[in-house]
Design a protein around this ligand. Sequence first.
Ligand SMILES: [Zn+2]
Length: 334
Amino acid sequence: MNLLILILALLSPAFSNVSRTASPGTEPIVPAAAANANADPVASDLPQGLRRKILIIGIDGLRPDALLSGHAPNLKALIRSGAFASDASADSITRSGPGWASVLTGVWHDKHHVYDNKIDAFNGGAYPAFFKHLKEKRPDLFTACIVNWAPIRDRLMSGIDLALAPENDDSVAARAAGLLLRGDPDVMFLHFDAPDHAGHEYGFSRFSPPYRHAIARTDFLIGKVLEALQARPGLYREDWLILCTTDHGGTWRHHGEDIPSNRKVFLIVSGSETLRGTAIPNASLVDLAPTVMAYLGIQVDPQWGWEGKAVGLRQPAPETMQAKQSGPAAPPGG
Ligand SMILES: [Zn+2]
């Protein structure tokens, strides 16, 4: 990919328009995976030629019960077209630093040493973000993170080809949509922050209207990202896995303690190669990294010390998927 074109695309004002007209309550956008769920059963079974790609959506402070009772048509479509854990477990220190560190490193705080949001003790040399292992195993993959909470990019990430921390959730969605339409990301991590802010101000509760509004708004922005994914010119030769999770729950207007309402989180594993319609038992935040590797057909090295397991996938990627494959030529003008 031409890096200059990518940068120009990301900087283009055209992409900041993506979410400017956004408002909850607009017609929901059906994600690619959901739209294809009942379309052509043969298409998803094609063993050869499809390039596996992964979109990871992180939403800060989103309680599973509020997600399920809220207005979130796009996330619910992802749940329907995948495997779902509504009672997964976060790190016992239910704060954003330890939570996202566990998602990214595949280990808990006793190994990654992120105890708070300062992240100044991060044991990233021994337990780096999985992107570092990913790039070592598959340097051909283009990796990206676009996060609202900048410490994820500045303190936790490594091995990322493109790392952005725009000023708000709208910009996260706009940049992500721009990259999906004009670039060629293989593994992409997004972070949205609005539910956590609303929770701190008005309460982490499914009965709190501002919290519910933040969830609906986040879902709308995710819909914009999924709409861009679905509009990718090369989508017909790609097979996207979409993972979505949160770092912690919340109680009243706080979180941090090791209590069920803080620690209970969700995990969505959505796509054509997932155990659709099933509940994932005993899921936790450290399962995300092994799931990424399994989908891409990369063996987890025991030396990484990972503590989770791949979840929600129908089967590991066949060996033929391990090498980057050149699919058919793109359509004219694609
Ligand atoms: Zn918070």
